[in-house]
Design a protein around this ligand. Structure first.
Ligand code: ADP
Ligand code: MG
Ligand code: ZN
Length: 487
């Protein structure tokens, strides 16, 4: 660590936009589907034509309430939509409908894991707003800009975090936890590359141990969690160096350049917009009563951190394993299915950690699309339990199950992989091997006991690896001992 890094401490607060996965937009019935032909999903409402009225989509509120309740936020009985006024070609109304001084959710927290330890970071608020369109500059190689308004009116939840984070890795853990949470809740696909989850990072530095905050810089344009961490690392170094050299940090917005690995000046505070917020006269206040909240509450799934803790307690899993196995709802469901069917949580987690996760990684596949389902895996592991196949053979069989979709039993039968546990035939094979290697037998009996392994190896070769390994060992030693004293 250099001197500058220890003199300055970072303070980080994230603003995250989550695109809510409703079928239609927030104030009109246009579809929200990603990647459709430009401007094919628009109507007079989301195009901002005169004489139209927005109608709030109830599903959007349901999504935000799920998130608010999951984070322990206070839900406002009445919240207000406001117009945020600014001019930009991708915003045909010249204002964005958002929430300002009366947001839907206030307070609450995000629970996360940092280096295997649980931590929380507080939230300022969660509010609803509509997305703007997308400008595409210089797509044709010239100076033209194109605009796609399909995204206008797509529902967003903006999640504003308190400046509770102190390290870039903590910011990464916060985003990881938030992405996991919205996926568990089924309210957002969490895809940062497609922009379904977007993050602006605010960061300042202060002398280590100070109690006040320094001047913050806002960084935009990171499209992965790793990008956020890298941008923060760079920006913290930049601010520390600036202060070390006797300079000051200006409140400004910077953009992350992933190719060069630096943040670049975008605009200063003086050029910040004056949004002239006022309540949208076209929308009545949003009233959420107890009955609505109760309905949403009963539909909440078990949340990621609760599930992680239950996994460590109920299945005696190490935290590391529990973190991996609860990464997504589908993976956790898969594991619990397997543990139940198999009746052995430990064997199930070993197999998940070593084999299932390995194959998912190799194939770049998600568990939801993984063709071999828990009952088929349980059938395979039962063969190991019953001594029909060894653990080593089971891995081979599993690879083939994944490749061909055939059940374990069929593969074992077709390839003749069943373990040989038949004592008389194995003993006969051992005797034959000992007869063929009189020199080694003599050496063994003379004290070179390590040669037992050689004979076991020979037996394995003779049986194409199918001799029950434990039994093979026993039988080899017994046969050798029988030759010790000539009867
Ligand atoms: P704005 O409305 O201009 O975006 P806010 O006060 O709402 O400003 O703050 C936005 C974000 O900035 C929040 O996530 C908050 O945690 C973070 N933040 C505020 N002050 C600081 C600071 N001094 N250093 C780092 N982050 C900060
Ligand atoms: Mg901001
Ligand atoms: Zn529309």
């Amino acid at each position: 660590m250099n001197a500058s890094a220890s003199r300055w401490e970072a303070v980080i607060g994230l603003e995250v936009h989550a695109q809510l996965s409703t079928r239609t937009k927030i104030f009109c019935a246009c579809p929200t589907q990603f990647g459709s032909r430009a401007n094919s999903q628009t109507c007079p409402v989301c195009l901002g034509l005169p004489g139209v009225l927005p109608v709030l989509n109830r599903q959007v509120v349901d999504c935000a309430l799920r998130l608010g309740l999951a984070c322990g936020s206070r839900i406002a009985p009445a919240s207000v939509f406001a117009r945020k006024n600014y001019f930009y070609p991708d915003l045909p109304k010249n204002y964005q409908i958002s929430q300002y001084d009366k947001p839907l959710c206030e307070g609450g927290q995000v629970e996360m894991m940092v280096d295997g330890h649980p931590r929380t970071a507080r939230l300022v608020r969660i509010h609803l707003e509509e997305d703007a369109g997308k400008s595409m500059h210089d797509q044709t190689g010239g100076t033209t800009s194109l605009v796609d308004l399909n995204r206008c009116g797509v529902p967003l939840a903006e999640i504003v975090g308190e400046p509770d984070l102190r390290h870039p890795e903590e910011a990464g853990a916060y985003l990881t936890a938030l992405r996991q949470l919205v996926r568990y809740l089924g309210i957002c696909d969490g895809n940062m590359e497609e922009g379904s989850l977007r993050c602006d990072a605010n960061v300042s530095v202060r002398p280590t141990g100070a109690s006040t905050f320094g001047t913050r810089v806002e960084i935009k344009n990171m499209n992965s969690i790793r990008g956020v961490v890298a941008a923060l690392e760079h920006e913290i170094r930049r601010q520390g160096k600036l202060l070390d050299e006797g300079g000051t940090v200006n409140q400004e917005t910077r953009t992350w350049d992933p190719d060069r690995g630096v943040t670049v000046f975008m605009r200063s505070k003086e050029h910040a917009h004056d949004y002239r917020y006022f309540p949208d006269p076209d929308l009545v206040p949003l009233h959420v009563d107890e009955a609505w909240l109760a309905r949403v509450r009963t539909q909440l799934p078990e949340l990621p951190m609760a599930r992680l803790q239950r996994f460590t307690a109920q299945y005696a899993l190490p935290v590391y394993d529990a973190v991996l196995l609860t990464e997504s709802r589908e993976l956790a469901d898969y594991y619990e299915d397997l543990a139940r069917t198999l009746g052995d949580a430990k064997q199930a987690s070993n197999w998940m950690m070593a084999e299932v996760l390995r194959l998912l990684n190799e194939r770049g596949e998600s568990i939801g699309r993984f063709s071999v389902r828990p009952p088929a895996v349980a059938a395979l592991l039962h063969l190991v339990k019953d001594g029909a196949i060894s653990g080593k053979i089971a891995k081979e069989v599993f690879d083939e199950m994944v490749a061909t979709g055939a059940p374990a039993e069929a593969i074992v039968a077709r390839r003749g992989l069943r373990q040989i546990s038949d004592e008389p035939s194995l003993t006969a094979a051992v005797d034959k091997i000992l007869d063929a290697h009189p020199g080694q037998v003599k050496a063994y009996l003379g004290g070179k006991e390590g040669l037992a392994g050689f004979f076991v190896g020979q037996l394995m070769q003779a049986t194409a690896g199918q001799a029950n390994p434990k039994l093979a060992n026993q039988l080899v030693r017994a046969a050798l001992e029988r030759r010790r004293s000539p009867a």
